[in-house]
Design a protein around this ligand. Structure first.
Ligand code: IMP
Length: 428
């Protein structure tokens, strides 16, 4: 398999973990490069369900090396919980799972700050509450504490105590929220965290460079989705990292020419969790049906996801922003029962036809989706193992989505959560 980046093309929750699981089988090294434990990647394999927040989901395949890159904000306690869970499932991680010494730590006070900042701001973002924004803020402010700081306990303690006092002042003073936290107790806990984490800490950029020289096959596992990107997404209703494919290079320490393919995960309809504009949102019974049939509840927070029709204006933009070379279409089976299915072909904004996703949030807020309506296929897709086995109306729907989005070739079509419910179309 060529070196490949996988990204979400919508607002996350496109079913990336399943596609990553599919690609992992022909990869050697799997890398997370941005985000943190706000992600929730659910994989169903051999009838067992695995939910990962921080460990690359490729870990369930034995013999693969998994790296958490420098671009990730790293909650060490969450990481160790996932490691323990994997061990109880008899999945060995030692010697094949590593975290960058340059990744910034998400510490308990970041979660308090996340909640306090949310209640302070006008117009809540609806964050996952995992401390992601505050940890990235500290990184950019050059006051963050990194995984590598844990190598020197005295240095870590000094940095922690300084940060702890600053956070108390911020949370109680500016945000007016309680700060029931005990520095000594956290440090005590982190002594244990440090001991458990030490074998996983590495210079992951160096490891990647060695893997490249050895012609290993690399897979970069994006989290969230294109429209949650801090630059290109629906700011301020975004996450705090760059989620587009370019972040795979900065977030892991490799050059762009090492990448051969960029796969965009496209859900057959659209969902969003958290606040912010969503032109094709359905607040009616159809939206409710998509949510219940699609199991659209957050893997990290359990929140119901907002659901709506497929928005080709967004996915066209995602093709451009990520340089996509393949689509992986997911959750097409969720539409099986619908009499009719709408596709948003363009927007109308202030009475004008708009084909290109506007960069200004105020325009997106005013965008009215313009739909074309297609007949549903009203059939179960179980047993379809080849693209041509799909009902003609399902193929017509998929081909229409492709035509609207620069005709990007399909890698796979996913017809259900299980590994076996995967139709290969044009392999890499
Ligand atoms: P944060 O990343 O926790 O700061 O949340 C910022 C926004 O991104 C909120 O709207 C979250 O719901 C959304 N978000 C963060 N991670 C994910 C994800 O993995 N899937 C979908 N939405 C996410």
């Amino acid at each position: 398999m060529p070196n490949t980046i996988v990204v979400g093309t919508q607002w996350g929750d496109e079913g990336k973990a399943k596609v990553i699981d599919y690609l992992t089988r022909s990869a050697d090294v799997i890398v997370r490069f941005q985000g943190g434990a706000n992600a929730g990647h659910t994989v169903i394999a051999e009838g067992k369900k695995f939910v990962f927040h921080l460990v690359p989901s490729g870990i369930i395949n034995p013999d693969k090396v998994c790296l958490v890159g420098n671009g990730v904000v790293f909650d060490a306690q969450q990481f160790l919980r996932e490691v323990n869970e994997l061990r109880t499932m008899d999945i060995a991680v030692d010697g094949r799972l590593f975290v960058s010494d340059l990744a910034h730590l998400v510490l308990p006070f970041h979660r308090l700050e996340d909640a306090a900042a949310e209640s302070y701001r006008d117009g809540q973002i609806g964050t996952t509450g995992r401390g992601i924004g505050p940890a990235y803020q500290d990184k950019v402010a050059r006051t963050g504490i990194r995984v590598g700081d844990l190598l020197d306990w005295d240095l870590f303690t000094a940095k922690f105590n300084r940060a702890f006092s600053a956070k108390r002042a911020l949370i109680t003073g500016l945000y007016g929220s309680p700060f029931d936290s005990d520095a000594a107790a956290i440090l005590d806990e982190y002594r244990g965290v440090r001991a458990a984490l030490l074998p996983f800490i590495a210079d992951t950029a160096e490891r990647l460079s060695g893997a490249l020289r050895a012609k290993k096959r690399l897979l970069f596992e994006g989290a969230q989705g294109t429209f949650l990107d801090v630059d290109h997404g629906t700011y301020p209703y975004v996450t705090s990292s760059n989620t587009v494919s370019g972040a795979a290079c900065t977030g892991s320490g490799i050059g762009p020419l090492a990448i051969d393919h960029v796969v965009g995960i496209v859900k057959a309809y659209t969902t969003r969790v958290g606040n912010g504009p969503f032109p094709t949102e359905l607040t009616d019974a159809v939206g409710e049906k998509l949510r219940s049939v699609g199991g659209e509840f957050g893997a990290t927070t359990g929140r119901p996801r907002r659901c709506g029709w497929f928005d080709s204006v967004m996915v066209r933009k995602a093709v451009q922003l990520n340089g996509l070379t393949r689509f992986a279409l997911t959750k097409i089976d969720v539409l099986n029962d619908l009499d009719t299915i709408d596709i948003c072909t363009h927007y109308e904004i202030d009475g004008k036809k708009v084909d290109q996703y506007p960069s200004q949030g105020s325009l997106i807020e005013r965008a009215k989706p313009v739909y074309e309506t297609r007949e549903g296929w009203k059939a179960d897709l179980a047993g379809c193992t080849k693209y041509a086995d799909l009902p003609a109306k399902a193929i017509a729907y998929i081909e229409r989505l492709r035509t609207l989005c620069y005709d990007i070739p399909l890698l796979i079509v996913s017809t259900g959560p299980d590994r076996r419910q995967t139709i290969e179309v044009e392999p890499l």
